[in-house]
Ligand binder design. Structure first.
Ligand code: HEM
Length: 434
């Protein structure tokens, strides 16, 4: 039987991320890329792959984010059925360059003012407490299905300003759409399902916009409807497209932050103990967990003109994959990068990207992560794997996360539930009336 290093010796390609051993631990492959071919033409993905910290920063700073094929290009490629997807993605801020990107992001920033996001902290704590209470009583949980998936789904519904009872539906759409974002080149046969998902999400948000024009609710949809700079407003199609990118961006990645983070702490009990002993380390622990097992491992760009990088000539129009998770383990940038150190100083990681497309929801994700790791450290003791079965990772080239993570623990104490924060017992109980 071949071992991991023999296997990756076959061909240096990010495509090996789908090999079970590489999926379980992609860091030896990233190390090999960084040392042997830091700017590497990947013949399988038909793209350059960039793995050094400084080069990832250069790509995210200078290269074009405008990478979705237009409906016309798809038609020419015989993929006309993907046209609804392309129409949607070309209106999402993630796939735009200045000035279109600056315009959209400025209009959207009304909804994401830091003070407004910070105001959500107390309410997110309530949601988290309600999710945790039954789990603490049981002394066990599946971290992914009981906590890491529902928390961002509920928070996302409330952040958008749609009924929290819709969170299961939002979660299902987001998981489907994330397959496209993570695996677009790999899994084209999912096209029909993806297009169906786009049609359904579009109809859902179109109706939500109409409802909100009659009965406004606080949240992103309402902010998008009212956002205006010098008479410029978002069109309905732009609102729908950017609600969808925010909904997807806000869920899968945050699920992975919580799941991967708890896994890393389980694998490093000394760091878990450090967190229990000194809760003031929570903010820096979240940054380190993001660096160490980045939820979103890479992103893509298009080379805007012929550019030399790392001694290689990248031609105008060629695709470039910037592997943030590899840059986050670059020893030129981080001391002893494969060591988890929740108090690591100078931890300017790439997990939220860089420059103009730096994650729009980073403040919200940080709050969700901080509250979750603080609660786990404070309210559980002796957290341990429930089984010795091998971990199952999602088969997604870009989004790194577990399918399930069953753990058991001793509950430390039950936090008092104030009458004013008590929630109803049925359905998706977090509807926050505004
Ligand atoms: C741990 C959680 C998260 C991680 C690791 C993460 C990661 C990222 C990364 C790497 C990018 C840049 C992609 C690129 O440059 O191509 C990005 C952009 C974005 N993220 Fe996040 N994200 C997280 C949570 C969130 C949340 C909670 C939201 C929304 C509530 C969100 C919404 C967005 C949006 C809208 C963009 C596009 C920004 C733009 O193009 O200007 N993300 N995110």
């Amino acid at each position: 039987m071949r071992n991991n290093s023999d296997k990756s010796a076959q061909a240096l390609s990010l495509y090996h991320l789908l090999d079970p051993e590489v999926l379980a631990n992609p860091y030896p492959l990233y190390r090999r890329l960084r040392t042997e071919a830091p700017v590497h033409w990947d013949p399988y993905l038909h793209a350059w792959v960039v793995t050094r910290y400084d080069d990832v920063v250069t790509v995210l700073h200078r290269f074009s984010a405008n990478r979705t094929p237009t409906p016309e290009q798809l038609e020419a490629m015989g993929l006309a059925e993907l046209s609804p997807l392309a129409q949607l993605m070309t209106k999402q801020m993630l796939f735009m360059d200045a000035a279109a990107h600056t315009r959209l992001r400025s209009l959207a920033s009304f909804a994401f003012a830091p003070a407004r996001v910070e105001a959500l902290r107390a309410h997110i704590r309530e949601i988290l407490d309600a999710l945790l209470e039954p789990l603490l009583r049981a002394g066990r949980m599946d971290v992914i299905n009981d906590l890491a998936a529902p928390l961002p789904a509920i928070v996302t519904a409330e952040m958008l300003g749609v009924p929290a009872a819709d969170c299961d539906q939002l979660k299902a759409w987001s998981a489907d759409f994330a397959e496209v974002l993570g695996n677009f080149q790999h899994n084209p046969d999912r096209a029909a399902r993806t297009v169906q998902c786009v049609v359904e999400m579009t109809a859902y948000f179109r109706k939500a916009i109409q409802d909100q024009k009659q009965h406004p609710r606080e949240g992103l949809i309402n902010s998008f409807i009212n956002a205006e700079i010098d008479g410029d407003r978002l069109t309905e199609e732009e609102i729908i497209a950017n609600c969808i990118v925010t909904m997807v961006g806000g869920q899968e990645t945050t699920t992975n932050l919580i799941g991967n983070g708890i896994l890393s702490l389980l694998r490093h009990p000394d760091q878990m103990q450090r967190l229990r002993d000194d809760p003031s380390l929570v903010p820096s622990a979240v940054e380190e967990l993001l660096r160490f097992e980045s939820p979103s491992q890479h992103t893509a760009r298009i080379c805007p003109e012929d550019i030399e990088l790392g001694g290689k000539l990248i031609r105008k129009g060629q695709a470039v994959i910037a592997v943030m998770a590899a840059g986050n383990r670059d020893p030129e940038r981080f001391d002893d990068p494969d060591r988890l150190d929740i108090a690591r100083p100078d931890n300017r990681h790439l997990a939220f990207g860089w420059a103009s497309h730096f994650c729009f929801g980073a403040a919200l994700a940080r709050i969700e992560g901080q509250l979750t790791f603080e609660a786990i450290a404070r309210r559980t003791a002796d957290l341990r794997f429930e089984t010795d079965q091998p971990l199952v990772w999602r088969e997604n080239l870009g989004l790194r996360g577990l399918i399930s993570l069953p753990v058991t623990f001793d509950s430390v104490m039950a936090a008092p539930v104030l009458a004013s924060t008590a929630r109803p017992q049925s359905g998706c109980p977090f509807h926050h009336s505004t």
